[in-house]
Ligand binder design. Structure first.
Ligand SMILES: [Zn+2]
Ligand SMILES: [Zn+2]
Length: 283
């Protein structure tokens, strides 16, 4: 069975967080290595992060995924924002390695009406320019599929496939995809029935390919098919529904990829409930 878990808040301290994830039954988790709404990083506490890495191992939780800061936009036509984003991604990779993360989930970016092609060229230029850090940290960058809000790049799988081709050959092994079930549904990929799931898998195979997918964000969707709304919902409470989510996630080409929930959290127990539903798909 696939490794499953949820986005883990580290706010209450790392010992508490790891024990909580373990008790809840997580075999993988996603974290933020710093505040997701600020470009500032607190200095690395080597002793503390070493302890964290050993705790992940002790509790058999892994792989660990780091999710990007929300302010990063590598597709931005504003050069200050572009270079700030490149510097932040570099730092993100170093922090991800220190926190024990083999993967870094990246929001691809918004071209802000400068055109998708120009935006994609900037993303590729930015990532190619930090290849030394990528190779040194060995952290794989996962491009996250998008709902297609505003000028987001990557609504179509073809676009993500084309973007991947724009990265230099010697870092191709460090580029993957994080597929979000809510986002692809909002972007117009119907995963509500076995038949439609088959079609979507075909779309993936003819573009970036299922082998590139190293993480699935499992979310139901508040918005409808093709609404371009990035609004996550508890499994079975949204417009995709349990049958569709199960058909997609248990598909032979998908079922072994690690899965992390990003469903709404009003109380801690919400994540635990959704994790039970997700694990139930494989029972
Ligand atoms: Zn994300
Ligand atoms: Zn989302």
């Amino acid at each position: 069975m696939a490794r499953t878990g949820f986005h883990l808040s580290m706010g209450g301290g790392q010992e508490k967080a790891v024990c909580y994830a373990s008790d809840a039954g997580c075999s993988t988790v996603q974290i933020f290595t710093h505040s997701p709404r600020s470009f500032s990083f607190s200095p690395l506490d080597v002793e503390k992060t070493r302890k964290l890495v050993s705790m992940w191992k002790e509790h058999s939780i892994g792989p660990i995924y780091s999710h990007c800061n929300y302010l990063i936009n590598l597709a931005s036509p504003d050069s200050k924002q572009f270079y700030g984003s490149v510097a932040t991604v570099k730092k993100e990779l170093e922090y991800a390695r220190a926190f024990g993360c083999d993967y870094f989930v990246l929001h691809v970016g918004k071209h802000k009406d400068s055109g998708a092609q120009a935006g994609m060229e900037r993303i590729a230029k930015g990532i190619n320019s930090i290849k030394d850090t990528i190779k040194a940290t060995k952290v794989m960058i996962l491009l996250e599929t998008v709902a297609g809000q505003g000028t987001e790049i990557g609504q179509k799988f073809e676009e993500l496939g084309a973007l991947i081709e724009m990265f230099d050959k010697d870092i191709q092994e460090y580029i993957g995809i994080c597929l979000d079930t809510c986002h692809i549904f909002a972007a117009g990929y119907d995963i509500r029935t076995k038949e439609s799931v088959e079609k979507v898998i075909g779309n993936i195979e003819s573009t970036f390919g299922t082998k590139r997918i190293r993480l699935i964000h499992v979310n139901d969707s508040k918005g409808d098919l093709g609404d371009n709304l990035d609004r996550h919902e508890h499994l079975g409470k949204g417009k995709i529904g349990l049958a569709g989510l199960k058909a997609f996630l248990t598909h032979p080409k998908i079922k072994d990829i690690p899965m992390v929930l990003e469903t709404p959290v009003d109380e801690d127990i919400d994540q635990v409930k959704d994790l039970k539903v997700l694990n139930g798909f494989f029972a």
